[in-house]
Design a protein around this ligand. Structure first.
Ligand code: SF4
Length: 213
């Protein structure tokens, strides 16, 4: 994608959705961290279903610890990989209580030191909770960035670096939401819906797919 197309690309996405939000449901920074940790290789819809029951009962690190491992598992067992996620979340809660005064830290280093929290999760929390212009490259962003030519790269980290370089500052905080939503609903993995895509004119992908007849 030519540099001159990037600003129109994001301007169009912003006009269509001026304040994009994550589809994970949360009301506190800790709930966001827990939801993102549970969402690896699972859908946001599936995670929301579980956390709608969990969070009213336990939405602080100490409350999750008080549930105990089995108690926590009983709330999240509909989510894939729930056993290892439960263990990671318990351990993360213990560290938050012992080292961070039960608060979610706002630095990449401290976040990535938490069990079950990798670069992507840290990027989501830094962006969504703390307003930092990080790029959490998930499967949708990886595909859309490559297909459109916005930020080509062979690995998520390469794409992340390209995005940080190429996305203009005014779009930096919200851009990852727009890219996820574009990938989830329009630029889908098997067949992109180019015929109804708002940014088709800016996108490099060729040939564009046509509407089913
Ligand atoms: S035009 Fe097609 S390939 Fe390009 S972003 Fe839109 S849906 Fe994806």
């Amino acid at each position: 994608m030519k540099k001159s197309a990037i600003k129109p690309f994001f301007t169009i996405l912003r006009e269509a959705n001026p304040s994009p939000q994550t589809e994970l449901e949360y009301t506190t920074v800790f709930e966001l961290l827990a939801a993102v940790l549970l969402s690896a290789q699972a859908t946001d819809v599936g995670v929301n279903k579980a956390t709608r029951k969990l969070f009213p009962v336990a939405n602080t690190p100490q409350a999750i610890l008080d549930l105990g491992l089995e108690g926590l598992e009983s709330y999240i067992k509909t989510i894939g990989l729930y056993r290892s996620k439960a263990k990671h979340l318990m351990e993360t809660c213990r560290i938050l209580v012992e080292r961070h005064g039960s608060k979610v830290p706002d630095t990449r280093e401290a976040l990535e030191a938490l069990p079950g929290v990798g670069r992507k999760t840290a990027n989501v929390v830094l962006n969504v909770a703390f307003g930092q212009p990080t790029m959490a490259v998930d499967t949708h962003i990886f595909r859309v960035s490559n297909r459109t030519g916005l930020a080509p790269g062979k690995t998520p980290l390469e794409v992340e670096k390209q995005l940080l370089q190429r996305v203009p500052a005014e779009f930096a905080v919200d851009s990852h939401h727009w890219l996820i939503l574009l990938g989830r609903y329009v630029c889908q993995a098997r067949k992109p819906k180019c015929w109804e895509c708002l940014v088709a004119a800016q996108c490099d992908f060729k040939p564009k797919s046509e509407a089913p007849k």
